[in-house]
Ligand binder design. Sequence first.
Ligand SMILES: NC(=O)c1ccc[n+]([C@@H]2O[C@H](COP(=O)([O-])OP(=O)(O)OC[C@H]3O[C@@H](n4cnc5c(N)ncnc54)[C@H](OP(=O)(O)O)[C@@H]3O)[C@@H](O)[C@H]2O)c1
Length: 260
Amino acid sequence: MDLGLSGKTALITGGTSGIGLAIAQRLGAEGCRIAICGRQRTKLDAAIATLNATEAKGFIADVCKPADIAALIDDVVNAFGGIDIVVSNAGTHIAGRIDDVATDDLVRHFHTKVIGPWELARRVAPHMRRQGGGRFIVIIGQTGKVPQANAIASTITNAAQHAFVKSLSDELAADKILVNAVCPSRIKSPLTDGLKLYNEVYLGRSLEQQESKWGADVPLGRWGTPDDIANAVAFLASSRAGFIVGANIDVDGGHQRSIF
Ligand SMILES: NC(=O)c1ccc[n+]([C@@H]2O[C@H](COP(=O)([O-])OP(=O)(O)OC[C@H]3O[C@@H](n4cnc5c(N)ncnc54)[C@H](OP(=O)(O)O)[C@@H]3O)[C@@H](O)[C@H]2O)c1
């Protein structure tokens, strides 16, 4: 199926690893010109080297810093002449209950996952309006729909992201900027590999025991891959998804139990 993405410019935040890297690879393979951002030049260069794109550039930016986002959008527009697709993906997961999570860590997480995407949308919308439209896709996570005590910080930020995506999608639809979300769960990536210590300390299980339990919780019986998310994003970014707006699509092998 031709997704109609050839020649589009896509910016993926957090494109140096895991899901963001797979999205950059997929959109590059579909013919997009790729911009990725991250906080480390060596990781950016290594990620760019894996892309099969006609054009790809890596930009240093910390999405917690509004000035970095303003400079990022200006730099991408200057380098590529515009931006058609933004994938707001940068972030992490904060494990732990209320007594485990320092308030400063919650605030930083909120800046990464909520204020960062907010600033990104504010900065890119004027460019997309001038171009006659665009796509803004946010990678969220399922704790926002199914709150978890042992992931209270991510539950709060993910719920805020859902509210943000839905209200932003209403506002920008009139400008043909289609805003949607993808909700991963149980995706094998450096992030989920990094939950090892948490599993051992809090759950008394090794990563391997936890992986096998979590895999068994998924109706499809396995962990997902970053490519599973990238395929959904490529569809949402494409001309084939022209009547989808304000949606949040679970890509999780059926793991999420909520019907909404
Ligand atoms: N894996 C899952 O099952 C799962 C489930 C739910 C939600 N998610 C969400 O999916 C997204 C990607 O997760 P992943 O599993 O691919 O994680 P990952 O492999 O750890 O990748 C995270 C990416 O985000 C970037 N990043 C983090 N903080 C940043 C900041 N302040 N500014 C700029 N870049 C930043 C990192 O780049 P640098 O370190 O190079 O800066 C890296 O490229 C995250 O938002 C995560 O919350 C994942």
